[in-house]
Design a protein around this ligand. Structure first.
Ligand code: ZN
Length: 357
């Protein structure tokens, strides 16, 4: 067995490599071809250090620019047109919002990767020379915070990243790395190089943060999409960012959430904020977003509750849901409907069983 000599990485260090994952595999194949299995390689300290250095250079390609759209006097959106992550969209599936204030720029959700965060920063610079002074993470699903890395890299580790306590705990815990690796897998490693930067500032419902000409009011009313969904009201603009508690034309993951909790959340939020331009993390903003998505969710939940009360099985509930006009009218055009509706009916039925008990 010969000791492998130190080689340059299999790509020029100054340029962004087109397919890092491929390069890594090639390198490993090369090493294996030299008569060394991965286990053998790991035992050679020099190789271990070298492998680590290569890993640090392994970064997915930049995400193409998406010109920001102005939603209100202070608020802009870098819009994600796709609802789900693919190799082609490089994980661009959740929008990034930014608010230009007297004191600097606020970012509401930072995207699903280092590269998406970097693209958002380029887009912010087309609107204002002001620095980003705070990031907010609406909840712990990685498509909304993995981009924190880019903002910490560009604006320093002391940049406040705000979230509710439970969101911070989840990202610091298993959810953080789980989402990082899931996103790499879903995008065929386009997000490689992204590191977990958890929120460093815990905020609470009812706080009003002052940025000179703009105040941001924080809302949280219990479990909706997750147990810790933070909604952000830009008071002067009558605009509220709602993260994933409501979606435009995409069916939301409700695995960690609650139907009944979502209805209660909408009522409390709309009661507190009044008429708003509601901005979701996925899809287009509208003034009737909560009403429209609430009707859709009720079209799933209410037939399930009725079936439970009538002692009917889940199959009966499923048929009633698919026939409900509030659901049927959206089925043809909603992203992810066919693949997810079965699961959402099951979750609604289980929740109805608990509620009816
Ligand atoms: Zn989510």
């Amino acid at each position: 067995m010969t000791t492998p000599t130190r080689r340059p990485p299999p790509f020029a260090m100054s340029e962004t490599p087109p397919a890092m994952a491929h390069s890594r595999r090639s390198w490993l194949r090369l090493m294996a071809g030299a008569g060394m299995g991965a286990a053998g390689l790991a035992l050679v300290p020099e190789v271990r250090v070298f492998a680590q250095q290569v890993q640090e250079f392994i970064e997915g390609p930049p995400v193409p620019d998406v010109a920001p759209v102005q939603l209100s006097p202070h608020v802009w959106m870098v819009y994600a047109k796709d609802g789900f992550p693919t190799a082609e969209n490089q994980g661009l599936m959740a929008s990034v919002l930014f608010v230009v204030t007297q004191k600097g720029v606020l970012v509401f959700d930072s995207g699903a990767s280092l590269q998406i965060g970097q693209m958002a920063i380029r887009m912010i610079k087309t609107v204002t020379p002001k620095p980003v002074i705070a990031v907010f993470n609406s909840h712990y699903h990685g498509d909304h915070w993995l981009g924190n890395h880019a903002f910490v890299e560009a604006f320093g580790k002391d940049l406040p990243i705000h979230a509710l306590a439970h969101t911070q705990e989840q990202i610091q815990g298993a959810e953080g790395n789980l989402w990082r690796s899931l996103m790499e897998r879903w995008t065929n490693q386009a997000t490689l190089g992204t590191k977990v930067f958890a929120p460093n500032q815990v905020v609470q419902h009812g706080q009003v943060l002052d940025y000179g000409d703009v105040q941001v009011k924080l809302h949280h009313y219990g479990t909706a999409h997750t147990p810790s969904d933070l909604c952000l009201e830009v008071v002067q603009d009558r605009l509220t960012y709602v993260g994933d508690i409501a979606m435009d034309n995409r069916i939301a993951n409700i695995d960690d959430g609650s139907y009944v909790g979502t209805f209660k959340y909408y009522e409390a939020l709309a009661g507190a904020a009044g008429e708003q331009l509601w901005v979701p993390g996925h899809g287009k903003a509208s003034k009737d977003l909560l009403k429209r998505y609430g009707d859709f969710l009720a079209g799933i939940y209410e037939p399930c509750l009725k079936a439970v009360k009538d002692g009917e099985p889940m199959e009966t509930a499923r048929a009633a849901v698919l026939k409900d006009p509030r659901v049927a009218s959206r089925a043809g055009t909603m992203d992810g409907f066919a693949s997810n509706i079965g699961k959402y009916v099951s979750l609604a039925y289980l929740e109805a069983e608990k509620e009816a008990f």
